[in-house]
Design a protein around this ligand. Structure first.
Ligand code: G
Ligand code: G
Ligand code: MN
Ligand code: NA
Length: 256
């Protein structure tokens, strides 16, 4: 409860919530083509708190709406600033919580305002929703996805393979990317089933015209198998940890 009050305060002011950015590299070119924004809370006494410790709290208390709005504005502003600074344009991926999809009017308005106040062109923004979110109210979600898609924003399904996404919906979701959950990646070099799943998901995604991102790639061995499985992009500690803005900009200058 103390933490909830403090999160509420953090959301009133500036400075305590910051975004780190984890690059996604193209396997074909080795270049950074996207980054995923990951929120952190720089707590005045507890130090840097990872999202796993406060996103659930934000979701339970409703603060996730204000937090999500802050994250979208900051991420779009950062992407626009990087482009204006002359860095190669990359996709900015932002995680959305289920509660944000449950308020479609507010979500669409927030996305619109984050784009217009930053000046970022919509094609550079990608919104991630988890498989579970997408299946929560699939019919409504499809409508909202279509609205966002019509604005020019891209969409991706996060943590794919861990929820219960049914394929008839997947077919109807206007998404651009699937992110293979890191639980399939972590043992891919030793577990033939994980390799089979990764290959099959990648093949299916390509048949549906989607790009495939492998998440949580930590070793060269995993990378080799995922490349062979046909993944388009990799994200994970092997390539880079999530980075503070300046470190990410340096890496983009070298590798984008
Ligand atoms: O950065 P880290 O690996 O600790 O992230 C842990 C979890 O928090 C991930 O599931 C990630 O999707 C989620 N997360 C990180 N940033 C955000 C955010 O801005 N909004 C939402 N809703 N979830 C986030
Ligand atoms: O659920 P989502 O995919 O949004 O979560 C991203 C989370 O995965 C972040 O918390 C990020 O720090 C974490 N992550 C990113 N790359 C790796 C990795 O290579 N290994 C592990 N263990 N976690 C990772
Ligand atoms: Mn994600
Ligand atoms: Na994920």
């Amino acid at each position: 409860l103390i933490l909830e009050g403090q999160l509420h305060e953090a959301l009133q002011g500036a400075g305590q919530l910051e975004l780190h950015y984890q690059p996604q590299a193209s396997l074909a070119s080795g270049r950074i083509v996207a980054v995923e924004a990951l929120v952190r809370w720089r707590h005045p006494t507890r130090g840097l708190i990872p999202p796993a410790q406060f996103i659930p709290l934000a979701e339970a208390s409703g603060l996730i709406i204000a937090l999500g709005e802050r994250v979208l504005h900051t991420a779009c502003q950062q992407a626009a600033d990087w482009q204006r600074a002359g860095l190669p344009a990359i996709t900015m991926a932002v995680n959305l919580a289920s509660a944000q999809w449950a308020q479609p009017g507010a979500l669409v308005a927030t996305v619109r305002s984050a784009l217009s106040s930053s000046g970022l062109e919509p094609q550079w923004l990608e919104l991630e929703l988890t498989e579970s979110t997408s299946m929560h109210a699939p019919t409504t979600t499809i409508e909202v996805m279509k609205q966002l898609r019509k604005m020019g924003v891209h969409l991706s399904i996060d943590d794919f393979g861990t929820g219960y996404c049914n394929l008839s919906y997947l077919k109807r979701f206007p998404v651009d990317k699937l992110k293979i959950d890191r639980s399939f990646v972590s043992d891919i070099t030793t577990d033939p089933d994980d390799l089979a799943i990764s290959r099959t998901v990648a093949a299916m995604a390509h048949q549906l015209g989607l790009e495939v991102v492998a998440e949580g790639v930590e070793t060269e061995g995993q990378l080799a198998l995922l490349a062979e499985a046909g993944c388009d992009l990799i994200q994970g500690f092997y390539f880079s940890r999530p980075l503070p803005p300046d470190a990410c900009a340096s890496m983009m200058a070298d590798r984008a």
